[in-house]
Design a protein around this ligand. Structure first.
Ligand code: MLT
Length: 312
């Protein structure tokens, strides 16, 4: 009997380290969500789960990496609303933006905040709007590339203000935040996961949240509508994906681990502190996320087509 391990134990997924690709730079909102969830999932899966940042092109470079990976459950993608906008925004991708992936589950919903470098001469959202209008193309807007959450929110802001801003693209809003704090760029709209602590520390100035109601995590900050710019409502979500062709049993196993992570008090407390909500576990399944994702693609399609700006 020497050298015989039970066949089942040998073949039971996962037997090796799993890589979760984050399609944005380290230190940003997607990275924060991924690292919290990956750490918790690794306990449930009994395997190391590492996060790899593959930033650039609004998340499409990292997504391409996973689209081309072997569908063996070893390489996953944690991406956001960009999964629903890229199919319409990007007309020349190296991969099939929908067909290349098998959803595992929805992860979070995250509000956004309109922020600026702390010495920008505007004390509220109306003054910011006036400044942008006055200095057309003089005010810089940081984003994480076309299709990034910060890009979508920037479109809403420019539409609400009815004036353009000069866009400064980054590989993620983690590095963009560093430049906003140092004053190299002027304005950004970013997820609370990345902005809450900087707002509390006074490192950046906050003008509004992009939700219909104020947030419990920053109750003094008005909604954009309250602050005088209606039409700026947007909530970002994150989802977990495997390459298409991954075995259904592996997807189910990962979905179960994701659900366990979403119930993990360490994860939910940290998320709550950052204004981020882990989704109810019934939404963290392959089937639920497949239909949510399809619906969100359909929701954003006319919005993007109306804007008429595409990435090539
Ligand atoms: C990031 O993780 O850097 C962000 O999610 C970028 C964005 O979409 O704005």
């Amino acid at each position: 009997a020497l050298g015989f391990a039970p066949a089942q134990a040998q073949g039971t997924y996962p037997t090796r380290t799993i890589t979760v690709v984050v399609p944005f730079a380290a230190g940003g909102p997607t990275d924060t969500v991924a690292r919290l969830v990956a750490e918790s999932m690794s306990r449930d899966l009994g395997q190391t789960v590492v996060v790899e940042n593959v930033g650039g092109a609004g998340g499409t470079l990292g997504a391409a990496r996973v689209a081309q990976a072997r569908p063996d459950g070893q390489t996953l993608l944690l991406h956001h609303i960009g999964m629903a906008t890229a199919p319409t925004l990007y007309r020349r991708l190296s991969y099939d933006a929908v067909g290349a992936f098998a959803p595992i589950g929805l992860v979070t919903e995250v509000p956004m905040t309109v922020i600026a470098r702390k010495d920008l001469p505007a004390k509220d959202l109306k003054e910011l709007a006036a400044l942008i209008r006055k200095e057309t193309t003089g005010i810089n807007y940081a984003n994480a590339g076309i299709g990034a959450a910060s890009h979508l929110c920037g479109l809403l802001l420019q539409k609400a203000v009815d004036a353009p801003m000069t866009t400064v693209p980054y590989r993620g809003t983690g590095p963009a935040m560093t430049d906003l704090i140092s004053g190299t760029v002027d304005v950004m709209c970013d997820q609370t996961t990345n902005t809450t602590e900087q707002i509390r520390a006074g490192a950046v100035k906050v003008f509004a949240v992009t939700t219909p109601e104020r947030l419990p995590s920053m109750p003094d900050v008005p909604t954009a509508a309250e602050a005088g710019l209606p039409g700026m409502e947007v909530t970002i979500w994150h989802g977990l994906y495997a390459p298409k062709g991954t075995d259904a049993a592996i997807l189910e196993r990962l979905s179960k681990a994701l659900q366990t992570a979403l119930r993990d008090p360490k994860v939910s407390q940290r998320f709550a502190d950052l204004g981020t909500t882990p989704v109810a576990q019934e939404r963290a399944t392959p089937a639920a996320h497949a239909s949510f994702w399809q619906a969100d693609i359909a929701k954003w399609k006319p919005v993007i087509e109306a804007a008429g700006q595409y990435a090539d």
